[in-house]
Design a protein around this ligand. Structure first.
Ligand SMILES: [Zn+2]
Length: 352
């Protein structure tokens, strides 16, 4: 064995498992090259090393160090987002990750989602003058969980939430699907969204009490116009997880784990040539990024107009990919096929 929990597909959509014990699609290597993609298609063993061994941690530490040198003030200009009683502060970390500090402004209690770089998160905590009560970790990858240890040392009462299926550093409170957690007046709901990793979870902040829409902290499940790689799950599993997100409703604000808008929108526009919403969002994103502004949040309603990973049911996308539903083919099985093809093309696009 490789020492970690064995990746599992879900339900009937079990995928072919290779001799190495990892599912199809697990073919990525963390490279040491500078560039926007920390992973590159090379070999099964490398993903295992990154995700499950000390080597991965060393690689992560190097990433943190380099990013601090390259972006002393972060890769993007942080833009706090406030509604009465709540403040959401995106913290740009590493070369394209976001951690989020979510503050109950009444009690100054706060939670952080995916603290990759503990120094950047600690600086925000001090700047805001808040108490860190909880860390919500979407998944085990170091660029989302690497700061847990240091922050827990500094904030001894801080709880660490996440799935027990992922090896999350310092996990104190394993969560079940749909479990709710209160931090001050804030209520977060955890939703199991496997695919990128077996234990991937997203967190939904209930906006109801504050008269705001729900806020989805999506980790590596969903990005603006993009979707995380299914390292530990089949296309069927990933599709089911994306459907979980979509069911949150169109007004839901999307706070993703990475600033990938430009490359994702560019890729999407190569797939769908005649999509006005996509064209418009791309132009907007170009503007935003020229000024180093963050592109989040978008809404799930918007995402469904341009994000190809959420458009597997759309005939225009299916046609653009040259895919047709076979007679008698289950609609979800067909959508999974569409998703797999979008993913394949995205990986090819990124490899070039
Ligand atoms: Zn990840």
């Amino acid at each position: 064995g490789r020492g970690g929990p064995r990746p599992a597909g879900q339900g009937a959509g079990q995928e072919p498992v290779r001799s190495g014990g990892l599912p199809e699609g697990v073919e990525y290597i963390p490279t040491r090259k500078k560039g926007k993609n920390p992973m590159k298609p090379v070999g099964v063993a490398w993903y295992s090393l990154y995700a499950r061994t000390r080597l991965g941690y060393l690689f992560y530490q190097r990433q943190v160090k380099k990013a601090r040198e390259r972006y002393p003030h972060g890769h993007s200009v942080p833009q706090p987002y406030c509604f009465p009683g709540v403040k959401i502060l995106p913290i740009p970390v590493l070369s394209n990750n976001y951690s989020y500090l979510v503050i109950d402004t009444g009690s100054s209690q706060a939670a952080v989602i995916d603290p990759s770089d503990p120094l950047a998160v600690q600086a925000a905590i001090e700047e805001e003058g808040v108490m860190l009560e909880a860390i919500f970790c979407t998944h085990k990858h170091w660029d989302h969980s690497g700061g847990n240890e240091a922050l827990c040392q500094k904030h001894s009462s801080c709880r660490v939430y996440g799935s027990a299926l992922d090896a999350i550093p310092r996990l104190t409170n394993p969560l079940a699907d749909r479990e709710k957690v209160a931090v001050g007046c804030l209520t977060f709901e955890a939703l199991a969204t496997p695919g990128h990793t077996v234990g991937h979870m997203v967190y939904v902040l209930d906006g109801g009490p504050f008269g705001s829409p729900p806020c989805l902290f999506s980790g590596d499940l969903l990005f603006l116009a993009g979707c995380g790689r299914p390292f530990e799950g089949s296309p069927e599993t990933m599709l089911a997880s994306l459907d979980v997100a979509v069911r949150l409703g169109e007004d839901t604000l999307l706070w993703p784990g990475h600033e990938y808008a430009l490359e994702c929108l560019t890729f999407a526009s190569l797939l769908e040539l005649d999509n006005a919403a996509l064209e418009q969002k791309l132009q907007w994103a170009v503007q935003q990024r020229q000024e180093k502004r963050s592109t989040c949040p978008s809404t799930l309603g918007e995402e469904q107009t341009y994000n190809p990973f959420l458009r597997t049911h759309r005939p225009e996308l299916q046609e653009a990919l040259g895919l047709w539903q076979a007679a008698g083919e289950d609609p979800d099985a067909f959508r999974a096929r569409v998703l797999k093809e979008v993913r394949r093309r995205k990986d090819l696009y990124q490899a070039t």
